[in-house]
Design a protein around this ligand. Structure first.
Ligand code: BGC
Length: 760
């Protein structure tokens, strides 16, 4: 069609289309025109995502990167920030490159930006979707004010093995909770208008099954049945897609013999064809190059494989940049596929409004007014208090009185840089208040705080170095252990209560931080024993990037508050909860095992043919261990409050429902304690007979409610056929007739149940 005819047709048709279609038509016209001018090299250049490289004097990115921008060999840059630096890089693209295609700037904006919120596992423990969405919104406001438009978040990998360090970055073990959080994050980051100055393109990662790495070792193989994949691991990715996420990051791992980065079934058949994803697919950091080590061929071969599988953009490795031209000549890849990948990158930029305003995020004034401001810190404090999980509170040790002396002892007491937690690349680690500083600021003169390191983080200095990377420092005391402990006990001698600040350093979880021993390090355990032996009340404030094995501590220590890594305002938030200004309401998003040998451990397990009778912990020829029972130490959904919630028996509107009908379930929850409190009322369902084996319980609904002291609230849930569906062995999404058991309670273990049937 002639160009003039095309324009005429466009003018005639446009007024009759809906807004979304009009936008698409406009975008397509713009991109058709742009792409018609692009050379093959320029198209391949758009597929190249690089880091800023080493800054050389006078440059904001490495000279190599600057040259490539000018030559049109770069589509995006990540980990470059500030309006000034991103402006300079963008100016090169706009002034020196032939077609003036703007660069997209990305960053790992995972749980906040400069203002950091709790690690994602902690945010998940809030079970508060609005709050999580608000944290993502604030993160987007700050990051976009600092030059960035693309967040490599949300990370939604389901993990049921706490040895895996990256369990800290996701929402835990449950696909339903994980899916809701994934969608909330996407809404928060992208808002409802990607063109807005404070909206970011979200990137759901890591597609797929990264959290199921064998033996919890990072980057390890996954191999799993399709029905498990679809029922248990896919839902959060799918939820992000359904929420309109603009991009997907592909995982490093092997999936049933084909690494994700080369997996056409995953990236094209599932993602694009079945799920209808129309956005940008990006590799993880050198994920394409790593296919060489996976054993799929040389760089040229693996780059072909990856592009053909459906990968659009190559992070860091430059396999696409350096080999695709030749592969096209040899007929190993098609022009059509290169065009589609290039188009996906350009569409992302178009949707962000970068073609209209490439400098939309380079306003230095916004950087001053929108980053790390009081309003954001207030939300960070609230989010932190809501992420904490009270695991034990014997004899109401907590809350503490705002008076007297408190000894805050332990290697995590005086380290600000560890408070933001792992993957907080934009936090100001050096200036984040430590636990003690935050507590002091919050408590003022009411409480005297004395403090001591008590022990090293780890006995082994080399291990401690591996565990405190990227400026997350904890000083070492090289004196002999007994001397250090004795000094700590001496310091605490006049205290009314001891707060033991123990656990992991922030870099003991996160990427490439898997552990086989997920307990509190032995040297800290020895300190804790001595603290308990003083006879003073001891509160363990547990820093953890994962569910930890604390069976012994939960026997001996009267109160345990699990605080994960709470972000910028950790110290104040801990004070808020310890001293009763905030009643804790967090609930575990992942089971805490009794022993590492129980892993993988999750509440939604199968029954097996030889289940253990309830209440028993060993029986010969049953599915169990000789040395530890099957139960978690603290189950999924568990978390105490200062008040006491009592549940009545749940009731249902009927004992059966027909396909297409609904069942109304109600439960009364009473606050019979002395505090107002928030409770997460949880509803689980078991499909008692199925065409494939079904989990013993699956979370299907929950509601977080504030119940005032003395008050009773009725919580109502509606069960539909959709809630009873699962993927059968033919991967059909169906509900099957038969009997179901429905459980309601305050966690996945302590529930009351009723039965109903689904009938034709
Ligand atoms: C991680 C990703 C991250 C990327 C860019 C990789 O090592 O797996 O989660 O987005 O680096 O920083």
């Amino acid at each position: 069609m002639k160009k003039s005819m095309k324009i005429m047709l466009f003018a005639i048709v446009l007024p009759f289309l809906g807004q979304a279609q009009q936008d698409d038509t406009k975008m397509n016209k713009f991109l058709d025109e742009l792409m018609s001018k692009m050379t093959l090299q320029e198209k391949i250049g758009q597929l190249n995502l690089v880091t800023a490289g080493e800054a050389v004097t006078g440059s904001v990115v490495s000279t190599g990167v600057e040259k490539k921008i000018a030559e049109g060999k770069i589509g995006g840059i990540f980990s470059l920030s500030t309006p000034e630096k991103t402006r300079r890089a963008q100016e090169i693209a706009m002034k020196q490159s032939r077609l003036k295609i703007p660069i997209i700037f990305g960053m790992d904006v995972i749980h906040g930006y400069r203002t950091t919120f709790p690690i994602p596992l902690g945010l998940a423990a809030s079970w508060d979707l609005n709050l999580i969405e608000q944290t993502a919104r604030i993160a987007a406001k700050e990051a976009t004010a600092d030059g960035i438009q693309w967040a490599f978040s949300p990370m939604v990998d389901i993990s049921r093995d706490a040895r895996w360090g990256r369990i800290s970055e996701g929402s835990g073990e449950d696909p339903y909770l994980g899916g809701l959080i994934a969608a909330a994050m996407v809404r928060g980051l992208q808002s409802n208008d990607l063109r807005a100055k404070d909206a970011m393109l979200a990137c759901v990662k890591h597609f797929a099954l990264y959290g199921a790495a064998e033996s919890g070792r990072d980057y390890n193989t996954t191999d799993m049945s399709l029905h498990r994949m679809y029922n248990e691991y896919f839902p959060p990715y799918k939820a992000a897609i359904d929420a309109g996420v603009g991009s997907v990051m592909v995982s490093f791992n092997d999936i049933n013999g084909v690494p994700a980065s080369a997996n056409k079934w995953l990236l094209t058949d599932v993602l694009r064809k079945d799920w209808g994803f129309g956005g940008l697919v990006v590799s993880d950091y050198t994920g394409i190059n790593e296919l060489v080590d996976h054993g799929l061929g040389d760089l040229k071969q693996v780059s072909q494989l990856s592009l053909n599988a459906g990968m659009d953009m190559d992070m860091v490795g430059e396999g696409f940049l350096t080999t695709l031209e030749q592969s096209l000549k040899e007929g190993k890849v098609t022009q059509e596929r290169i065009d589609a990948a290039c188009r996906a990158v350009l569409e992302a930029k178009y949707k962000l409004g970068l073609f209209d305003n490439p400098f939309k995020n380079t306003d230095s004034e916004r950087a001053k007014t929108d980053i790390y401001i009081a309003e954001h810190l207030k939300k960070a404090r609230e989010a932190a208090t809501k992420s904490f999980v009270l695991l034990k509170n014997e004899n109401q040790t907590l809350p503490l009185k705002k008076q007297g002396k408190v000894a805050v002892i332990g290697p995590l007491a005086n380290t600000g840089s560890n408070m933001p937690g792992t993957w907080s690349v934009s936090a100001d680690h050096a200036n984040t208040p430590s636990l003690v500083e935050g507590m002091r600021e919050s408590l003022g003169n009411n409480v005297e705080i004395i403090t001591h390191i008590g022990s090293n983080l780890l006995e082994d200095a080399a291990y401690q170095e591996r565990a405190t990377m990227f400026g997350r420092t904890i000083p070492r005391d090289e004196r002999d252990e007994k001397t250090i402990i004795a000094e700590a006990i001496e310091a605490a001698k006049d205290a009314d209560v001891i707060v033991a600040a123990l656990g992991e350093a922030s870099e003991m979880s996160g990427e490439s931080s898997s552990r086989v021993d997920i307990g509190i390090p032995a040297v800290q355990q020895r300190l804790l024993k001595e603290l308990v032996a003083t006879g003073k009340p001891v509160v363990l404030v547990l820093f953890a990037g994962r569910p930890m094995t604390i069976a012994e501590e939960s026997e001996t220590v009267p109160a345990i508050l699990n605080v994960w890594f709470g972000g910028s305002e950790t110290g104040k938030a801990v004070a808020d909860v310890l001293f009763g200004d905030v009643n804790p309401s967090g609930k575990l998003p992942a089971s805490f095992p009794k022993h590492v040998g129980q892993l993988p451990l999750y509440y939604a397990h199968k029954n097996t043919g030889r289940p253990l009778p309830k209440g028993q912990w060993f029986e010969k020829f049953r599915s169990n261990y000789l040395d530890v029972d099957n139960d978690p130490l603290y189950p999924f959904g568990y978390g105490l409050s200062y008040t006491k919630f009592d549940y009545a028996q749940p009731t249902a509107s009927a004992t059966s429902m027909k396909f297409g009908e609904k069942l109304n379930v109600e439960v009364q929850v009473s606050n019979n304690g002395n505090w107002d409190g928030e409770e997460v009322v949880q509803l689980y369902i078991r499909d008692l007979v199925g065409s494939i084996t079904r989990p013993v319980k699956e979370l299907k609904k929950f509601e977080k409610v504030l119940i005032k002291k003395g008050e009773t609230k009725t919580i109502a849930f509606e069960i539909t056929e959709e809630d009873l569906k699962f993927f059968n062995n033919n991967l059909e999404w169906i509900a099957e007739e038969g009997e179901f058991e429905l459980f309601v309670g305050s966690n996945s273990r302590d529930t009351q149940s009723l039965k109903f049937t689904l009938e034709k």
